[in-house]
Design a protein around this ligand. Sequence first.
Ligand SMILES: Cc1cc2nc3c(=O)[nH]c(=O)nc-3n(C[C@H](O)[C@H](O)[C@H](O)COP(=O)(O)OP(=O)(O)OC[C@H]3O[C@@H](n4cnc5c(N)ncnc54)[C@H](O)[C@@H]3O)c2cc1C
Length: 294
Amino acid sequence: MKIYDLIIIGSGPAGITAGIYAKNFGLDALIVGKEPGGLINTAFKVENYPGIFNISGKDLTKKFEEHRKYLKIDLKKQRVENIKKLKDIFKVFTEKQEYLCKSLILAFGTETRKLNINDKFDGKGVEYNASGNFKNKIVGVVGGANSAVMSAISLSKEAKKVYLIYRKDKLRADDIWVQRVKKIKNIEILYKNNVIDLIGEKKLKKIVLQDKELKVDNLIIEAGYTPNTYLINELGIKTDEKGYINVNEKQATNISGVFAAGDITDASNEFRQITTATAEASVAVLGVFNFLKT
Ligand SMILES: Cc1cc2nc3c(=O)[nH]c(=O)nc-3n(C[C@H](O)[C@H](O)[C@H](O)COP(=O)(O)OP(=O)(O)OC[C@H]3O[C@@H](n4cnc5c(N)ncnc54)[C@H](O)[C@@H]3O)c2cc1C
């Protein structure tokens, strides 16, 4: 079986950047990622990436994909289910295939935090991103950070009414988004509120808050993200107490030959952005290059 110099797990901003730099460094690399673009796909607008000052997350993803294809960087759209270390090489298992490599960059980001209620309405009114068709619908959005506020703004353009439901008394999104959301007439912000129950038969019909019930067609959960830890545990990779991978200034983990980049790490002062993910990925590839030389 072929042994790659490097396998990059994840095809978000960090994974794609790692692929680009691996190509620059002449490494024989493969990206294995479930979905090109990663989290940025769900961003309504990106306005802070240099040179591209106003773009939807989906269009930025298209640009990343164009760049990847232009450089002929190999991407397998598969889900990695396990990684094993066999002496000096690693074996990466997906639902379809197995791959071997001399080094790894872990760039598999985070996953959406679920509400601690039943999940019987998942996909039946309860969604984890706002990219569907919500024309003339009444929609609840749970959360108060950038992702929730941006989703509410994007939904307000087609939905009849949007409730932004947040457990604290002040939104924690960037000020620019807080100012925008407050000006939109069909968005009602419900502070100090939690969704405590979901009502419906086959499909969600109502949500129950502490002090009232609201009729909604959909509920979008944007209650934050948690690190994907299941791939890390078996390799014995060290993380912080929340599960984010500990890396040093070279983006190296505690396991020789394994590097990490992007939202999954504890680096960049925990400022989880496209710019930090891409920067960490380029540093990680330099680390891999030097590791393979020795
Ligand atoms: C709504 C929203 C708006 C945002 N807006 C901005 C913004 O305006 N500007 C900004 O800089 N940042 C923004 N961000 C943050 C930005 O999206 C993230 O910081 C960035 O996407 C992190 O990149 P990443 O590659 O580390 O992780 P991710 O983007 O999470 O990518 C991880 C990748 O790994 C894949 N993956 C996960 N598990 C596996 C597995 N087992 N096998 C294979 N593949 C796997 C995923 O499918 C995905 O492709 C926003 C985030 C959200 C949610």
